[in-house]
Ligand binder design. Structure first.
Ligand code: C2E
Ligand code: MG
Ligand code: MG
Length: 568
């Protein structure tokens, strides 16, 4: 066994110095005034300057003009930053002679030998660790195909918005229709390219109300919209749908993507993120199940849908083919003379088991099952027949039919209307169409074109339930309405509530300014009618005159018109 020889001081010095020179971390030694005394090879490589250049120069000189403010401050008072043991460490991004940015961890130590004070700095390049961390974070939070935030980020951002601001938001779940068919026909790589193009298009819209656009994976997307301006959200949703209607070119072939969208709305549809998301998903499934390529806003009828949807749908279809839907007629009256100027046709369902049902019991289900066009046709045919009867009796009053704006986009709509007028030889001006604000809000941009086309046919348009939606005034600007129907909720309080009467007055003035006529809905008392007349309202409708009644009673009213009420 050989004898152990303790290390001599000069050998130890040489080993340590050799180790320091070969060390993979960059090491530098400074004097008390922070001037370079020595640096190792790793430091030279990292910084880009050789030791002879640095010696005697102040710390940081190698890149003085590139130093970030953070680096500059650290360097300037490095000696003040050392703790009581003469130690300081920090992580920061360093810029070297070649303007490369290196993420590094730095530690300084003060070493006092004899009377002298020295600082030894050690720099470790942690760029790969930082990059690795960033990559992991990216993998965890972003979709790798599109680079959009994933479902996790979407949920947390939505939650933050709900918690922090309590502002109104719209939550959207969007799917690309027929995704599996696309994958089978085009291959996954091509579909991935399509999806990237789709995302680029949506991003290029720069939607102002969009707070988060997220890719959950595959054909599945989530969007969060701020709802500070309802009209803007509607427009942005329209442009979202509209931009998808343009073809995508892939290998010189045009491919059309169809998108189904489910929407829920905070606070109306709930306060919890989970239930809002669930409702948007229900609406999405509904849109997909009914042919896709459409927006469906959540409503409570969708719950009913999930319970016994098939049974209800069968019942409604049966009711249409058995002609169980009939129009009841409510007179529209000239407030000054009491003359009946026309009727509003309101649907009633002669249910074989449950008797006469009101629209509130089935109208949402009709719309959700996409049966509103069938209902519209059934109502319009009966109304046309009735108009002919009245015409033969010498009555020329018009009838107003209620329509959901969805009906206009039915490809059969215009053909049906034209045939109806032709077959019954009635004039288009005898039919008016009423559209509610709420149904306009949920439609695509094309509704404007459709309403203009209806006007061109000579049909008058009324904006129903005016004042109850989010964007009443903008509808008047955008769409060619002839009549504004002031909602019953304003008329209810008109006599006792000055604010309500001021609003009604303002609507009446607006109607005059826009060359439209106003009709007050839901007049139930003589006081209401008198006040409205005084305010300059020409037409009204309400139980005080008459409730909606079957055609034969309406005929009797025409015969007796004007009303022999005490207001005359
Ligand atoms: P709407 O078009 O605003 O019709 C006015 C509603 O108020 C009718 O209810 C009418 O009966 C009721 N009403 C009229 N005057 C008074 C009154 O003085 N007091 C009270 N309390 N109510 C009054 P209805 O018939 O239950 O219709 C409800 C809604 O269903 C309609 O509102 C309309 O939006 C929709 N609707 C009715 N028929 C059809 C239809 O054929 N197609 C479509 N898509 N929707 C329809
Ligand atoms: Mg109406
Ligand atoms: Mg109304």
């Amino acid at each position: 066994m050989s004898t152990f020889v303790p290390i001599s001081s000069p050998i130890k010095q040489r080993i340590l110095s050799e180790l320091c020179e070969r060390f993979e971390d960059a090491v530098f030694i400074l004097d008390a005034k922070l001037r370079y005394m020595s640096v190792n090879a790793a430091y030279e490589v990292m910084i880009g300057y050789k030791e002879p250049y640095l010696i005697g120069r102040p710390l940081g000189i190698y890149a003085a003009e590139f130093l970030s403010e953070q680096e500059q401050t650290i360097i300037n008072d490095i000696s003040n930053r050392l703790d009581e043991n003469g130690f300081y460490e920090n992580s920061f991004a360093l810029t070297n002679r070649y303007s490369q940015i290196i993420n590094c961890h730095i530690s300084y130590r003060r070493i006092s030998i004899d009377e002298g004070v020295y600082y030894v700095g050690m720099l470790r390049d942690i760029s790969s660790i930082v990059k690795g961390r960033q990559q992991v974070a990216h993998l965890l939070n972003y979709n790798q195909l599109t680079g959009l935030p994933n479902r996790k980020v979407f949920l947390s951002q939505t939650n933050d918005v709900l918690m922090d601001t309590f502002q109104e938001v719209v939550i959207i779940r969007a799917n690309i229709d027929r995704y599996r068919i696309l994958v089978n026909n085009l291959g996954q790589d091509n579909v991935d390219t399509l999806i990237k193009k789709f995302v680029t298009r949506i991003n290029s819209l720069e939607l102002k109300q969009l707070l988060c656009f997220s890719h959950f994976g595959g054909d599945d997307f989530g969007l969060l919209f701020e709802f500070s301006d309802a009209n803007m959200v509607r427009h942005e949703l329209d442009s979202f749908m509209h931009i998808c209607e343009q073809p995508f070119v892939l290998n010189n072939t045009s491919i059309y993507l169809q998108i189904s969208v489910g929407v829920s709305f905070y606070p109306k549809d709930g306060h919890q993120l989970s239930s809002l998301l669930n409702k948007a998903e229900k609406a999405l499934h509904y849109a997909k199940k009914h042919g896709g390529d459409d927006i469906c806003w959540y409503n409570d009828a969708l719950e009913q849908e999930s319970v016994d949807s098939l049974q209800l749908e069968a019942e409604l279809r049966n009711a249409i083919s058995a002609k169980q839907f009939v129009p009841y007629y409510q007179p529209k009256v000239a407030l000054d003379t009491g003359m009946i100027t026309g009727f509003e046709a309101l649907v009633r369902w002669h249910h074989p088991m449950r008797g006469l049902l009101q629209p509130k019991d089935f109208i949402d289900a009709i719309i959700n099952h996409k049966l509103s066009f069938d209902l519209f046709c059934q109502m319009a045919c009966q109304i046309a027949e009735q108009l002919v009867i009245w015409q033969e009796m010498g009555f020329t009053q018009h009838v107003c039919i209620n329509a959901d704006a969805a009906e206009f986009s039915n490809p059969e709509f215009f053909g049906f209307i034209s045939r109806l007028f032709y077959k019954h030889s009635i004039h288009p001006s005898q039919l008016h169409i009423e559209v509610t604000e709420s149904s306009l809000m949920m439609r695509h941009a094309s509704v404007e074109q459709q309403l203009n086309a209806i006007k061109k046919l000579g049909i008058c348009l009324s904006l129903d339930d005016f004042g109850t939606g989010y964007a009443s005034l903008s509808y008047l600007q955008e769409y060619p309405f002839d009549f504004i129907k002031i909602d019953k909720s304003f008329i209810d309080k008109i006599v006792d509530n000055r604010t309500q009467s001021a609003i009604v007055k303002a609507i009446l003035d607006l109607a005059v300014a826009l060359d439209m006529s106003a009709i007050a809905e839901g007049i139930e008392t003589k006081e209401q009618r008198d006040l409205l007349l005084e305010m300059g309202c020409d037409y009204g409708q309400g139980y005080w005159f008459e409730r909606p009644v079957p055609a034969d009673i309406a005929t009797q009213m025409l015969i007796n018109s004007p009303f022999s009420k005490e207001f005359l």
